[in-house]
Design a protein around this ligand. Structure first.
Ligand SMILES: [Zn+2]
Length: 293
């Protein structure tokens, strides 16, 4: 009887010790994981059964120049700089379009920088000749483009271009011209007459070309007709409003005889087989060296 009681006490004691060890371990594990989580700054959530995640697709590595040349060539390394407003920054702030403005002083510095580094501004015709006939581009080619046809492009910016004798291209939504804040046709003809500025199609009303086929066709064709009427459509070039491309727009542009179309996608390798999908570099108020030039 005594032995039996001793055994019972022993079993009970052993059970209690076992339980104590179990609780201690469990508590410690929880503390450790809490500590690790706190260290990483994450919330502690109860363990859940992981749900199988879809197999991760690796981010494709950007193609090298040689690879692009083989796939889409001939290609050229050509920074196409994209500007909108170019004017005094205080005025731009008052007018509410600071984010779309490069200060005239910065712009003048940009032109000085390009000249001092041996860059040569080229016209759209020169890029087309390279694509179509293999005509070599000058050393360190660069293109200056200006979207939307704002009135300030015809004042300080135009004077800076004339003084520096560089080439630029303005993409105009033709239906907005002659309105307050936009260039007018008279000024455009004067600028084109300098031989330094080319003009291109940016639709009629600055509409994105992702809508219905009839709207896209109307937008592109109306601007095409208006530019042609002014003798400004040779060669035919286009920039997608908001950078948005569409296969319908490309089809219409090809039908109308367009040779180049620019996006707002960042890049500087331009290839013949991607001539309706050309990248640009958006420029702000910092030195051109900060954009890799
Ligand atoms: Zn635009």
């Amino acid at each position: 009887m005594r032995i039996k009681r001793n055994i019972s006490i022993f079993i009970l004691a052993a059970g209690l010790i076992f339980l104590a060890i179990f609780i201690f371990e469990k508590d410690n594990t929880a503390k450790e994981s809490n500590f690790a989580a706190k260290k990483q700054g994450v919330l502690v959530t109860p363990a859940v059964t992981p749900i199988a995640s879809p197999s991760a697709t690796p981010t494709p590595k950007p193609l090298t120049f040689a690879e692009m040349n083989q796939l889409y060539g001939p290609c050229v390394s050509l920074p196409v700089l994209m500007f909108h407003h170019v004017e005094d920054l205080t005025a731009a702030k008052t007018e509410g379009h600071l984010s779309l403005t490069v200060g005239i002083d910065y712009f003048k510095k940009d032109l000085e920088y390009l000249t001092s580094k041996g860059y040569n501004t080229i016209s759209p015709e020169q890029l087309i000749s390279f694509f179509d006939n293999g005509v070599a581009l000058p050393a360190k080619p660069v293109m200056l483009t200006f979207d939307d046809g704002y009135a300030d492009n015809g004042t300080d910016m135009y004077q800076a271009i004339l003084a520096a004798k560089v080439k630029g291209t303005i993409f105009t939504p033709t239906g907005l011209l002659n309105n307050p804040g936009y260039l007018n046709w008279e000024k455009i003809r004067e600028m084109a007459g300098s031989g330094l500025i080319s003009f291109g199609n940016h639709t009629w009303s600055h509409r994105n070309v992702g809508g219905s086929a009839s709207v896209i066709q109307y937008e592109i064709t109306t601007a095409d007709t208006q530019l042609s009427e002014q003798g400004l459509n040779n060669p035919k070039i286009f920039a997608y409003p908001y950078g948005l491309e569409s296969s319908q727009a490309i089809k219409d542009l090809k039908t109308l005889g367009y040779k180049l179309a620019f996006t707002t996608v960042n890049g500087r390798i331009l290839c013949e087989k991607k001539r309706f999908d050309l990248p640009r570099i958006r420029i702000g108020n910092s030195s051109l060296s900060s954009y890799g030039l």
